[in-house]
Design a protein around this ligand. Structure first.
Ligand code: SF4
Length: 212
C-alpha cells in the first residue's frame, strides 16, 4: 500500500478518524458542490497541459472559474516543459511506499517544479505540510540529478504563490518526519489500544465515533 499525504494528515489529526476512513473504509457523504470549482479548474489544467483543445470547455466555465483559469493558464510555469499532469509519483522511505498525485510536474532546463493549484487556501505551514514533504521526496528520488527542485503552491484565490526550495537539509528533515509518522501509523495497525481519546473533538465521524 502507498501511504499518501492525506492519510498522514488525517492520522495526525486523529488516529480514530484514520481507522474509520482507511481501515474500516467508512465513507461519509460529501458536499459535492463545495469541491466543484476546484475540480473544474484541475480538469481544465489537466486537459490543457496534456495538449487537448479546450476551447469548447472554456465556454462552460462560470465567470469566477474563468477568471481563475485565465490566471492559471497564463502563469510562467505553464510555459515550461510538462513532464506530467495529474502525475503519480512514489518512493520508499524506511522500506514503506509513500506517494501521491501531483497536479503538475514541469521543468525549465534542469530546474524542476512541482505545481499545486489551490482554489481554497494554501496550507499554513506549507514547508512542512505532508503533501510538500512527500511530493518533494518522491520527485527527488525520481529525478536523482537536477539543478534545482521547487514546490510551488499556486494560490488561485489570492493570485499569489508560495515557493519551497528543496535542498539537502530539507531532505534530511523531511525523511525524519515521514519516518516518524509511518512508524506511528504502523504501530496503530498492530495495536488498536493506541487510539487516542479526545473528549472535545467533533469531526464528520462524530455521529459514529465511540471515542466521545
Ligand atoms: S469525533 Fe473526535 S475522536 Fe472521533 S474520529 Fe472524530 S476527531 Fe477522532
Amino acid at each position: 500500500m502507498i501511504i499518501s499525504p492525506a492519510m498522514m494528515k488525517i492520522f495526525e489529526e486523529c488516529p480514530q478518524k484514520y481507522k474509520y476512513i482507511y481501515i474500516d473504509k467508512i465513507n461519509l457523504p460529501q458536499n459535492k458542490y463545495f469541491y466543484q470549482k476546484g475540480k473544474n479548474i484541475h480538469a481544465m489544467a489537466n486537459y490543457y497541459l496534456k495538449g487537448f483543445n479546450i476551447d469548447k470547455l472554456e465556454v462552460l466555465l462560470s465567470k469566477d472559474e474563468k477568471s481563475i483559469w485565465t490566471y492559471l493558464k497564463n502563469c510562467n510555469y505553464f510555459k515550461y516543459d510538462c513532464i506530467g499532469s495529474e502525475y503519480q509519483l512514489s518512493c520508499k522511505v524506511d522500506n514503506k511506499w509513500i506517494g501521491g498525485r501531483l497536479d503538475a510536474f514541469v521543468k525549465n532546463k534542469e530546474d524542476y517544479y512541482i505545481l499545486d493549484y489551490k482554489t481554497g487556501s494554501v496550507p499554513e505551514n506549507a514547508e512542512y505540510d505532508y503533501q510538500t514533504m512527500v511530493y518533494l521526496l518522491c520527485a527527488d528520488a525520481f529525478l536523482k540529478k537536477y539543478h534545482s527542485l521547487k514546490f510551488i503552491y499556486i494560490d488561485l484565490k489570492n493570485k499569489t504563490e508560495k515557493i519551497i526550495n528543496f535542498d539537502e537539509q530539507l531532505k534530511q528533515e523531511y525523511t525524519e518526519k515521514i519516518k516518524n509518522i509511518l512508524s506511528a501509523i504502523n504501530l496503530m495497525k498492530i495495536s488498536q489500544n493506541l487510539l487516542l481519546k479526545n473528549n472535545k473533538c467533533k469531526c464528520d465521524y462524530y455521529c459514529i465515533c465511540d471515542k466521545n
